[in-house]
Write a protein that binds this ligand. Structure first.
Ligand SMILES: *[C@@H]1O[C@H](CO)[C@@H](O)[C@H](O)[C@H]1NC(C)=O
Ligand SMILES: *[C@@H]1O[C@H](CO)[C@@H](O)[C@H](O)[C@H]1NC(C)=O
Ligand SMILES: *[C@@H]1O[C@H](CO)[C@@H](O)[C@H](O)[C@H]1NC(C)=O
Ligand SMILES: *[C@@H]1O[C@H](CO)[C@@H](O)[C@H](O)[C@H]1NC(C)=O
Length: 320
């Protein structure tokens, strides 16, 4: 009985092996999420920087682990961490995308990612909402956003060449239907990049392929999804991580099965991109002690369902 089982297990492993070797992917991806400053006057003051736990859950749902990336650190800190992680997410939030420590750290990481990819070292980036806007500043060197009002769930208007993209090349029919006909993308932003400003800017136009646009509550057009043409960089003005994990009453969030499946599609896509990176920690102890699992999220029962990881990474306390 026992040896029969061993035989079955061994033959199963042998059958699996060629597939694993063929794919040659990193099956233990670790993704950095950039922290951002808290309002120093916040009451109660819980920490100097934070990461919403929704981003952590979203990446974990795709099969990745997460490390927090601190702001206001030395170049050496970012260079060392970059060699250990397999991708970076710039999350949403409310800091200044030109002058903040978040923007400065994002610039270092973005430049390292450009260089790595140029050298054949695959390294993906993802920007959500503020993170999307941050990507536009990093690529163009200027803030080309305009004020608008978008606080609702929307479908997206795909551009005509969306199926030529990496992000949507393998889009299943049901996700395509959800994305284009149902209210599955959570918008929660007062700024956006207009198609006009995008197409008038040479740096942006030559770098990104626009995949979707939307019309805001006040009638202004904004770009809602893009990907870099030559780099594994992706940006969404909306929030793919919110639907299953965020219960903010003020966000007009709906939590439909379609919305949850859309969330999962984007998590699966980005984490799979990160599996193409072979960066790794020097040893398991360093890896374990860097993971976000060393911290505990803080749940504020203020009816907005804010669950954030808070840190006191920097002293004296950060100033925005
Ligand atoms: C950060 O420091 C403040 C002030 O000392 C303290 O109240 C807070 O609990 C600390 N937060 C964390 C996450 O350690
Ligand atoms: C283009 O960007 C500028 C900021 O540089 C902004 O003031 C303007 O409103 C934008 N125009 C459009 C059409 O979005
Ligand atoms: C999407 O939401 C809008 C309100 O913002 C509503 O009018 C519309 O019927 C909804 N669409 C679907 C397919 O549920
Ligand atoms: C899609 O584009 C059409 C035409 O501009 C517009 O009327 C519609 O509101 C857009 N849909 C969304 C969800 O933004």
């Amino acid at each position: 009985m026992y040896s029969a089982m061993v035989t079955i297990v061994i033959s199963f492993v042998i059958q699996l092996r060629p597939t694993i070797c063929d794919e040659n992917l990193n099956s233990r991806p670790i993704i950095g999420v950039l922290a951002q400053s808290c309002d120093p006057k916040a009451d109660p003051y819980i920490g100097d920087t934070y990461i919403p736990s929704t981003y952590v859950k979203w990446l974990e749902s795709g099969g990745a682990r997460v490390v927090p990336i601190r702001v206001k650190e030395s170049d050496q800190y970012y260079e060392t961490l970059f060699k250990r992680i397999n991708g970076v997410v710039f999350p949403g939030g409310g800091i200044n995308i030109v002058t903040s420590y978040f923007a400065k750290a994002a610039k270092l990481l973005y430049n390292m990612a450009l260089k790595a990819n140029d050298d054949g070292d695959y390294f993906p980036l993802w920007g959500t909402c503020q993170g999307f806007q941050q990507l536009t500043v990093l690529t163009s060197g200027q803030d080309l956003l305009s004020y608008l009002h978008a606080h609702r769930m929307l479908p997206i208007n795909l551009t005509s060449d969306f199926s030529q993209s990496r992000l949507f090349a393998d889009l299943p029919a049901d996700i395509l239907t959800s994305l284009t006909l149902y209210n599955v993308t959570a918008n929660h932003h007062n700024w956006g990049l207009s198609p006009k400003n995008f197409s008038q800017n040479q740096a942006l136009r030559s770098f990104y392929r626009v995949l979707s646009t939307n019309v805001a509550d006040n009638g202004k057009d904004f770009i809602s999804t893009f990907e870099a043409i030559k780099y594994p960089f992706y940006g969404v003005q909306w929030h793919p991580e919110k639907v299953p994990y965020d219960w903010d009453l003020g966000d007009a969030l709906t939590h439909t099965k379609r919305g949850v499946k859309v969330t999962q599609y984007f998590a699966d896509f980005f984490v799979e991109e990160c599996r193409k990176s072979s960066h790794h920690f020097p040893d398991i102890d360093t890896e374990l002690s860097t993971l976000i699992n060393n911290y505990h999220p803080h749940f504020s029962k203020d009816k907005r369902f804010q669950e954030h990881y808070y840190f006191n990474f920097t002293h004296p306390h950060l100033i925005l």
